[in-house]
Design a protein around this ligand. Sequence first.
Ligand code: F6P
Length: 317
Amino acid sequence: MRIGVLTSGGDAPGMNATIRAVVRAGIASGDRVFGIYDGYRGLIEGKIEEFTRKDVSEILSKGGTILGTARLPEFKYEQVRALAIKQLQKNDIEALVCIGGDGTYTGALRLHEMGIKTIGIPGTIDNDIASTDFTIGFSTALTTACEAIDKLRDTSSSHQRCSIIEVMGRHCEDLALYSGICCGAEYIITNNSGLDKEKLLSSLKNDRLAGRRHAIVVISENITDVYQLAKEVEVYSGYECRATILGYIQRGGTPTPEDRLLAARLGKYSIDLLHEGITGVAVGIVENKLHYTPIEEALTMVNEPNEELHKLVQKIS
Ligand code: F6P
């Protein structure tokens, strides 16, 4: 087979390890594998190059994506996708492995409907793809967030401050929930727990009156203006307060062993599925077993709140 591979949407650590696995597993199965640069944008522009095994050596531990990535909202238009099909036909590419999040999956689904064999691999730090237990990049972003929160605890405890830390996740709570638990945050605020500002302020005040020296509040992005919240905490709680937005630092860095392993497993699995004639699916890991779901279904699946972890937070925060 002649198989294309691309990365699209927000980059995630482990995308390179995934590209490497797709290229090497493909070549080992007798395929020819083509790297497509800059996501769907590069595809319509014909930025396509055949990869050898050597082309993907020494990228396993690198953050980012050697292919580059882009967001292309215009891909929703059929005439734009027709340009992609044209490029694929020109290069005789019959199958496409698309690494990214839900926007990437939507593009892959549309191409599948237009006759291209597609596979979606979950590559995003958000862990917001419900058809897999974990996405490639989440473990690394979680590690980065934890390192940062531990450091912020050092300084906030020295100064007897409250530290509000905003982590990424778009609309998924996992980065906040997991990092909050791993770092012993006093408060974890996510779209599922919600922000009850009055309750937070009065709890912080009571903590302070009871002699607590510092507090860590981990909050998901897109919930509130954390700088404003820090000002309100200062006014009402008795704590000095600082807000820190971790931001894009969470997207970079060398992937953790967990992300590398997931990348290797899902990359090879994608090639296996293509050889079995299974396409239009999103691959993932469910209870540590390889799993695939039709992309159409994967896109409608909803991330349920993790009740077990929420209960745990209530007991140990
Ligand atoms: O999807 C990954 C992510 O980093 C989200 O956590 C965040 O909301 C978004 O991408 C930021 O997107 P952009 O890179 O377009 O600013």
